[in-house]
Design a protein around this ligand. Structure first.
Ligand code: MCN
Length: 724
C-alpha cells in the first residue's frame, strides 16, 4: 500500500532469534519447584493468548498510511476457549504447555500448623471471602516511543516512556538481545505519569527497537487510549478467603489466608513478586498477630498481563486485613477503633519481627490513630449520623490502619527471595566551577517532583540556593546506572545515594578549605555554605572552594585530585515502613445508592519529610486512586476474553467532583536506617484508602460486605435487600 515501508510479524521476530520478555523475579512453589514461565514472545507467532497481544507491526511514512495498511492485515484466527476468571482458571482449558492447571506457582509463607492450631483453639473466628477488583492504570500520557538507529555508529537510541530506563536497557540487551548493552541508549524524558504501568518492558517498544535496527531507520509509535486499555499491564485481581481468630479478650491469635492471583496471559516484568513478597509479607499490618499463614496460587488467564499498579500487593494485603478486622469488631459488638488499638504494635516493641518475614524498624501507630480520630471528630459521629437520618440519608464511618513496606529493597534479601536484579540506587553530584550543582540520579521522576525535592535535599547540604541545583534523570547515556522508580523508593534509596555523594563533596571541600585557610581539617566547620576555621573569622564559601577545585593553582595536590564531583551507590539495609490511619465518612442516598464521601482524613507517618506540599499532593493522588478502586473502577472481560471496559465510557475513573477536600496530616518517626530518615509516600494513599471507604459504606448500610467497586447499583441493591 502507498507509504508503507515494511510489515513485520511474530514469525520474523522468531526467525531473527530474539529472546522473549523475561520476568525479573523467580518465585518458588511450596514444594520447592520453580514457577512456570511460559515463553513471552515480542509478537505472537502461532498462538495469541490475550486480546491486545501484538501480532504484526506496520511501518509507514504517516500514521494514516500505517493505520490503513494495518486494517488490511488479515490474520487467520481459529477461535479457542478463553480462560478469564481468576476463580475458575485452575479448572479451565490449559493455556500454556508448561503450566498444567494454568498454575504459575503455589506459594506459601508462615507457619501452617501453628496457625491451624491457633484457629482451632480460638474463641472467635471471623471469615471473609472476597475479590479484589481488577484495575487498569490510566496515566495521562499513554505509552510512546521513538527508536532511532544510527548505521554509522551502530548506536540504537530508544526514547521511551519508562520508569526505569537502565532496567529497560538491561532487559533489551541481556535477554531480548536486540543490541549490545553499550550500543543501546535508553532515554525516558518527561513521562506523563506511570503509577507502575511504565516499569515494565513491553512488546511494542521492544518491537520498535528491533525494527528500527533491522530497517536502519527511526520509527515512532504512540499508543492510543484504547490500546492502553488493552495492552498496558493491569493491576490487582485477587480472589481470597481469610480467617481471623481472636481470643476471649479480643486479641488476634491467628490469620489464615488463601488467595488466587491472576497473572494474565504471560508473566510481566515484576508480576511474580506482587502477590507474594509485596503481599503476603504485609499481612501482619499494624498488629501483633502471632500466627499468620498465607497461600497464594498464581494463575494464567487469557487476559492482559497483571503486574504492579500503585501499591502493588500492599493495597491487597491492607484491604484484606482492614476489612476482616472491621468485620470481627462488628461480629463481637466491639468498637472497631478499640479492637485495632488493643492489638497494635507499641513503640516499645520496635524493632518488631512479624511472623511473615518483615522486621519493622520504627513506628507509632496509635499516635496517627489518635490524631486522625480528633481530626475526624469521631466523638461527634453519632450526632452527625442522627442528622443524616433525619434528612433521609444513611451515614457511616470506616477506618483503615495501614502499613506498607517500601523503599525497595535490600539487594541481598531481594536476591534470596528470587529477584533477578539488585535494588540499590546511584547518585552523582557534580559541583561546577562557579558553585552551581548538577545532580544525576538513577531514580526516575514522572510526576513525583524529584526535580524539586532532590534539589532541596542537595542544596540544603551545601547551603546554596535550590535554583543552583539541576536534577538530571532518565538517560542511560548520562548517568552510570540506575534502578528506576517504583515501590516508593526514590527518596529513601535514590535520595540516600545523593545524600552520601553530597557528604563526600563536603568532606573533599573541607580538605581544600583547610589547605587554603592554612588550618587543620579537623578544625574546619561547614555550615550554611561556608567553611570556617573554628573560633576564628577565617572562612571560604562553598563557591570559592568549588572554584579552587577546578583552578588548582593553590591546592593540596599531595592529598587530592582536582575537580569536585562525587558518586555514591546506596543499598538500603531494610525496607521503610510508612504507616497511618485513614478515616472515611460517607452519606448515602437510599433511593439511588449514590455514595458521597463527606469527609476523608489521612494521618500518615513518612518519617522525615523534605517537601510537605509534594508529600501532601502524593497523598491526595493516592487517595483519589484508592477511592477510584473502591467506588468506580472495574476491568471486565467477557467470557470470550474480549475487554468490555476498553474506554472511559465503560471504565470509570474518579472525577474531581467525586472527591471531597481531603484532611491530611502527619506524625513522624524517622526511618532508622537511611541517612535522611525518610520513608516513602508515593503509594500510601492508594493502600490505606479502599478499606476505609468500604468499611464506611457497609457501616452506613448495615451489611457485612459490598464488593468493590461499590457502585450506586450495588449499594442500592444492598439497601433494598436489607430493608426487605
Ligand atoms: N518525599 C518527601 N519526603 C518524604 C517522602 C517523599 O519529600 N518523606 C517526596 C520525594 O522526594 C518525591 C515524592 O515525595 O518527590 C515521592 O517520593 P517517594 O515516596 O520516594 O516515591 P517515588 O518518588 O519513588 O515515586 C514512586 C511512587 C509510586 S511507586 C507510584 S506507583 C506513583 C507515585 O509515586 N506514581 C506516580 N506517585 C505518582 N505521582 C505521579 N504524579 N505520577 C505517578 O506516576
Amino acid at each position: 500500500m502507498p507509504g508503507v515501508f515494511e510489515i513485520l510479524t511474530g514469525k520474523q521476530v522468531a526467525d531473527d532469534g530474539l529472546g522473549g520478555l523475561p520476568c525479573g523475579w523467580m518465585v518458588h512453589s511450596k514444594d520447592g519447584s520453580e514457577m512456570k514461565q511460559p515463553h513471552h514472545p515480542v509478537m505472537a507467532d502461532s498462538k495469541v493468548n490475550y486480546a491486545g497481544e501484538p501480532v504484526a507491526m506496520v511501518i509507514a511514512e504517516s500514521i494514516v498510511a500505517a493505520k490503513n495498511a494495518a486494517e488490511r492485515v488479515v490474520v487467520d484466527y481459529t477461535e479457542m476457549d478463553a480462560v478469564v476468571s481468576v476463580s475458575s482458571a485452575q479448572s479451565s482449558a490449559q493455556i500454556h504447555d508448561v503450566a498444567p492447571g494454568n498454575t504459575c506457582y503455589e506459594w506459601e509463607l508462615g507457619e501452617k500448623e501453628l496457625t491451624d492450631a491457633a484457629i482451632k483453639g480460638a474463641s472467635h473466628v471471623t471469615r471473609y471471602e472476597f475479590t479484589n477488583n481488577r484495575l487498569i492504570p490510566n496515566a495521562i500520557e499513554p505509552r510512546a516511543a521513538i527508536a532511532d538507529y544510527n548505521k554509522g555508529t551502530g548506536e540504537l537510541i530508544l526514547y521511551t516512556t519508562s520508569q526505569n530506563p537502565h532496567l529497560a536497557r538491561l532487559i533489551l540487551t541481556a535477554f531480548v538481545q536486540i543490541a549490545p548493552e553499550h550500543k543501546l541508549r535508553v532515554i525516558a524524558p518527561d513521562v506523563g505519569g506511570g503509577f507502575g504501568s511504565k516499569i515494565f518492558v513491553y512488546s511494542e517498544e521492544t518491537a520498535l527497537a528491533w525494527a528500527a535496527k533491522k530497517l536502519g531507520i527511526a520509527i515512532k509509535w504512540t499508543a492510543e487510549r484504547s490500546e492502553s486499555f488493552l495492552a498496558d499491564a493491569h493491576g490487582r485481581d485477587h480472589a481470597s478467603v481469610a480467617e481471623l481468630a481472636l481470643d476471649e479478650a479480643g486479641h488476634f491469635v491467628a490469620l489464615r489466608v488463601k488467595t488466587t492471583a491472576n497473572m494474565g496471559a504471560y508473566l510481566s516484568t515484576f508480576s511474580a513478586a506482587v502477590p507474594t513478597y509485596l503481599y503476603g509479607t504485609l499481612l501482619a499490618g499494624q498488629y501483633k498477630t502471632p500466627n499468620i499463614y498465607v497461600e497464594v496460587d498464581a494463575v494464567f488467564t487469557n487476559t492482559a498481563p497483571v503486574d504492579a499498579y500503585r501499591g502493588a500487593g500492599r493495597p491487597e494485603a491492607t484491604f484484606l486485613l482492614e476489612r476482616i478486622v472491621e468485620l470481627a469488631a462488628r461480629e463481637l459488638g466491639l468498637d472497631p477503633v478499640e479492637l485495632r488499638r488493643k492489638n497494635m504494635i507499641q513503640p516499645a516493641d520496635f524493632p518488631y519481627q512479624t511472623p511473615v518475614a518483615l522486621e519493622y524498624d520504627i513506628g507509632d501507630y496509635e499516635a496517627s490513630l489518635d490524631k486522625a480520630l480528633t481530626m475526624a471528630d469521631y466523638a461527634g459521629f453519632p450526632a452527625r449520623q442522627k442528622a443524616s437520618e433525619q434528612a433521609g440519608k444513611l451515614r457511616g464511618i470506616g477506618f483503615s490502619c495501614y502499613i506498607e513496606a517500601c523503599g525497595l529493597a535490600p539487594s541481598q534479601l531481594a536476591g534470596e527471595l528470587g529477584a533477578g536484579i539488585g535494588f540499590w540506587e546511584s547518585g552523582e553530584v557534580r559541583v561546577n566551577p562557579t558553585g552551581s550543582v548538577t545532580v544525576l540520579t538513577g531514580s526516575h521522576s514522572h510526576g513525583q517532583g524529584h526535580e524539586t525535592t532532590f534539589a532541596q535535599l542537595v542544596s540544603s547540604k551545601f547551603g546554596i540556593s535550590v535554583d543552583d541545583v539541576e536534577v538530571v534523570h532518565g538517560d542511560t547515556g548520562k548517568m552510570d546506572f540506575g534502578m528506576g522508580t517504583y515501590g516508593s523508593r526514590s527518596l529513601a534509596v535514590g535520595g540516600s545515594a545523593l545524600s552520601k555523594a553530597a557528604d563526600k563533596v563536603v568532606e573533599k571541600g573541607r580538605i581544600i578549605a583547610a589547605h587554603l585557610l592554612d588550618s587543620d581539617v579537623k578544625d574546619i566547620d561547614f555550615e550554611d555554605g561556608v567553611y570556617r576555621v573554628r573560633d576564628s573569622n577565617q572562612s571560604k564559601t562553598f563557591q570559592e572552594i568549588a572554584f579552587a577545585a577546578y583552578v588548582p593553582h593553590d591546592y593540596p595536590h599531595d592529598k587530592l585530585e582536582p575537580g569536585l564531583t562525587e558518586k555514591a551507590f546506596y543499598d538500603p539495609g531494610n525496607f521503610t515502613f510508612p504507616a497511618g490511619t485513614h478515616i472515611c465518612e460517607v452519606e448515602i442516598d437510599p433511593d439511588t445508592g449514590v455514595v458521597e464521601i463527606v469527609q476523608f482524613v489521612a494521618v500518615d507517618d513518612f518519617g522525615t519529610i523534605i517537601n510537605p506540599m509534594i508529600v501532601e499532593g502524593q497523598v491526595h493522588g493516592g487517595i483519589a486512586q484508592g477511592v477510584g478502586q473502591a467506588l468506580f473502577e472495574n476491568c471486565v472481560y467477557d467470557e470470550t476474553g474480549q475487554l468490555q471496559t476498553g474506554s472511559f465510557m465503560d471504565y470509570c475513573i474518579p472525577r474531581a467532583d467525586d472527591l471531597p477536600n481531603f484532611s491530611v496530616a502527619m506524625t513522624t518517626t524517622p526511618c532508622t536506617h537511611n541517612p535522611i530518615g525518610a520513608k516513602g509516600c508515593g503509594e500510601a494513599g492508594a493502600i490505606g484508602s479502599p478499606p476505609a471507604v468500604i468499611n464506611a459504606i457497609t457501616h452506613a448500610v448495615g451489611v457485612r460486605d459490598i464488593s468493590m467497586p461499590a457502585t450506586p447499583e450495588k449499594v442500592w441493591r444492598a439497601i433494598v435487600e436489607r430493608r426487605a
